[in-house]
Ligand binder design. Structure first.
Ligand SMILES: CC(=O)[C@@H](O)[C@H](O)COP(=O)(O)O
Ligand SMILES: NCC(=O)COP(=O)(O)O
Length: 237
């Protein structure tokens, strides 16, 4: 069965709403690890909307499992990554105006450019994963870059209506996973996975790690609310 990488970006999103110090994603990472997370994932976006450089540097010192740094393929981000040295890097596409990641990298069109980043990072001892849609051409192009992993973008599957449409997306993930493994790539998946749609993806043959954030943090807020209100009430009375 795959391991679970917990994405803690969404803790930082709440912190950044007030530009304050809480909730601290570094503390969240430790709690996630104590609960059994196999890895911690953070996406240092170019616009720094949630995770900050300070978080990544502290997490590098505190994470006891493994640290997956998601980032855009740019010279600025590569310089940070080479300095911090996460356990692996996932290169993702970024558009400033997007609410969340909307799809995979176009490795087919940008293979040479991405291959240079892969070479530089892996040459420094940091394995690289490419975040791609489950499409044959993208997976074949990913293998050609020399990247060790791909992460299949599960967002389209997660957003599909349950039934035929979702089944088609699951089949695309299954076929994409089989191709990746045939080409010698290690296989991760993530984006939009939740308590209802994750199990079928976890069962895909050869799946190594699922990176899941938004649904876990959303549930944490709701299951933790009862206790938080009771604690405040006890303090007031
Ligand atoms: C690539 C990916 O799927 C994650 O980075 C996810 O997008 C994190 O959440 P945000 O899109 O809110 O940064
Ligand atoms: N790469 C996917 C990820 O890290 C988590 O995505 P989400 O569960 O927050 O949508």
């Amino acid at each position: 069965m795959p391991t679970l990488g917990v994405n803690i970006d969404h803790i930082a999103t709440i912190r950044q709403a007030r530009r304050g110090v809480e909730p601290d994603p570094v503390t969240a990472a430790a709690i996630a690890e104590l609960a059994g997370a196999d890895g911690i994932t953070v996406h240092l976006r170019e616009d720094r909307r949630h995770i900050q450089e300070r978080d990544v540097r502290l997490l590098r010192q505190t994470v006891r499992t493994h640290l997956n740094l998601e980032m855009a393929a740019t010279p600025e981000m590569v310089a940070i990554a080479l300095d911090v040295k996460p356990d692996y890097i996932t290169l993702v596409p970024e558009r400033r105006e997007e609410i969340t990641t909307e799809g995979g990298l176009n490795v087919k069109a940008q293979g040479d450019r991405l291959g240079k980043f892969v070479h530089q990072l892996q040459g420094a001892g940091i394995p690289v994963s490419l975040f791609v849609d489950p499409e044959t051409a993208q997976i074949q192009a990913s293998a050609k870059t020399g990247a060790k992993f791909i992460e299949l973008h599960t967002g389209t599957y997660a957003n599909a209506k349950a039934g035929e449409s979702r089944d088609r997306q699951l089949q695309a993930l299954t076929d994409g996973g089989a191709l990746a493994i045939k080409l010698g790539l290690k296989l991760n998946a993530g984006h939009g996975l939740d308590y209802r749609n994750t199990r079928p993806v976890a069962l895909i043959k050869g799946m190594e790690e699922l990176n899941i954030g938004h649904s876990i943090i959303s549930r944490a807020v709701l299951v933790g609310l009862d206790r938080a209100v009771r604690e405040m009430k006890a303090l007031i009375n």
